[in-house]
Write a protein that binds this ligand. Structure first.
Ligand code: GYE
Length: 340
C-alpha cells in the first residue's frame, strides 16, 4: 500500500531506532510529569493515558500489555486500559470513552489497518494527541496521530523469507526440487499480517523453487494455527515448510503436525515471528527452525513519547523498534535470559 511505503521511507530518513537502554536512562532522569491541561486532563500535573489494547490473543500481546502497564506505573502515568477482544468496534468505543473522559493522551494498537479516520478526527477535534503503538493505520491523513511506535513488519517478513531462500535445499524434504510452503496468516487486515506476507512474498521470489501453495488466517492464536494446519495436512501430504506470522500459530501447527505423525522441524520446517518464550523453547528443542524477533516491550518508549507529546514537544513521526533473528543455536543461548 502506498501509505505504508511512504511511512517506511520516511522512517529511513527521519526515525532513528531508539535503543531501550537510552530510553530507560532518559526516563530515569526525567520525572517531571509535565501535563498539558489544554488537552484535557484533571488540571494537575499528572498525565492520564487511555490505552485501547487489541486483546489477549498471543504470548506477544500478554508481554506487551504487561510492559505498558508496568511502564505507566514506573513513570507515574495514570493508565486507563481496555481490552477490545479483537474487535475494532470495541476499540473505537474505548477511544470515544477516553475522549469523553478528557484523558491527556490516547495510545492504541489498531486491530486492523483501515476505518479509523472518523474516531481519530474526534480525538483531534478534542485536542487529545494520539500515539499509534505496535500497529499502523492506513490513512491518508497523518495529522491524525503524533507518531507510530512499533516494528518494521515488512522487514520481519523479508527476514523470514531470506532464511528460507538461504536454506532452500535443506527444506526440500521430499527431494522433488520444489519447496511446498503453507502460510498461517495473522488477523485479516491487521498491519503485521499484511506486511509480513508482503515482505516474505517479495523475498522468496529470488528462489523460484519455493512456492506458497496455501495461505489462510489463524487469527494470531494457537488454536487458530492448529485448526488451519489440521485442515491443510488433511488435503496435502507434501507440505515441507510452514511460515506462521506469529509464534502462537506456529505452536498450534506443531501440535497438528505431531498429531499427523510427522516431526516438526524436520519433516516440516517451521518459521515464525515474535520470539516469545514458548516459541524460543520450541526453537531450542528443534521443533521450530527460525524465528524473527518482534519486540513487545514497547512500554518504556511509549511512556517517553507520551510525556513529550503531552508537553507539546516534537517527536519523530515513526519510531522503529530494534530487533534481531534467532536460529536454534542462538535460541539455546538466549533462552535463560529471556524476559517474556
Ligand atoms: O506479532 C502477534 C500479536 O501486532 C506485532 O500481534 C503484533 C502481533 C504479534 O498477536 O503475536
Amino acid at each position: 500500500m502506498i501509505w505504508r511505503k511512504t511511512v517506511a521511507k520516511k522512517s529511513l530518513i527521519a526515525a532513528s531506532a531508539i535503543s531501550l537502554g537510552a530510553v530507560l536512562l532518559s526516563a530515569c532522569g526525567d520525572d517531571s510529569d509535565s501535563g498539558n491541561d489544554a488537552a484535557g486532563g484533571g488540571g494537575d500535573d499528572s498525565i492520564t493515558m487511555g490505552f485501547a489494547q487489541v486483546g489477549a490473543e498471543s504470548g506477544w500481546r500478554t508481554a506487551n500489555t504487561k510492559s505498558v502497564q508496568d511502564s505507566a506505573k514506573a513513570e507515574g502515568i495514570e493508565l486507563k486500559f481496555t481490552d477490545a477482544q479483537g474487535k475494532q468496534e470495541n476499540q473505537i468505543a474505548a477511544i470515544r470513552s477516553y475522549i469523553q473522559q478528557k484523558v491527556d493522551v490516547i495510545a492504541f494498537s489498531p486491530v486492523v489497518e483501515t476505518g479509523w479516520d472518523a474516531v481519530l478526527q474526534e480525538a483531534k477535534a478534542a485536542n487529545i494527541p494520539v500515539i499509534l503503538t505496535d500497529r499502523a493505520v492506513d490513512s491518508e491523513d497523518d495529522s491524525l496521530y503524533e507518531t507510530f511506535l512499533g516494528s518494521d513488519f515488512v522487514l520481519e517478513g523479508e527476514q523470514a523469507g531470506q532464511w528460507l531462500v538461504d536454506n532452500a535445499a535443506d527444506a526440500d524434504a521430499n527431494g522433488d526440487g520444489t519447496i511446498n510452503v503453507i502460510q498461517l496468516e495473522g488477523t485479516t487486515g491487521a498491519a503485521p499480517a499484511l506486511d509480513r506476507a508482503e515482505g516474505f512474498a517479495s523475498t522468496i521470489e529470488a528462489e523460484p523453487t519455493i512456492e506458497v501453495t496455501a495461505s489462510q488466517t489463524g487469527d494470531f492464536t494457537r488454536d487458530g494455527g492448529k485448526q488451519v494446519m489440521e485442515s491443510f495436512l488433511q488435503s496435502d501430504d507434501t507440505i515441507e515448510v510452514v511460515y506462521a506470522h506469529n509464534d502462537d500459530m506456529g505452536l498450534g501447527a506443531i501440535e497438528a503436525i505431531e498429531a499427523a505423525g510427522k516431526t516438526p522441524g524436520q519433516d516440516v520446517k517451521i518459521i515464525t515471528v515474535d520470539a516469545v518464550k514458548d516459541g524460543m523453547t520450541a526453537l531450542a528443542e528443534g521443533k521450530i527452525n527460525f524465528i524473527v524477533e518482534c519486540n513487545p516491550l514497547l512500554g518504556p518508549q511509549l511512556m517517553d513519547l507520551a510525556k513529550k507529546v503531552v508537553a507539546g514537544e516534537e517527536v519523530e513521526p515513526r519510531v522503529v523498534t530494534e530487533e534481531t533473528t534467532f536460529t536454534q543455536e542462538q535460541a539455546k543461548a538466549a533462552l535463560p535470559d529471556r524476559q517474556y
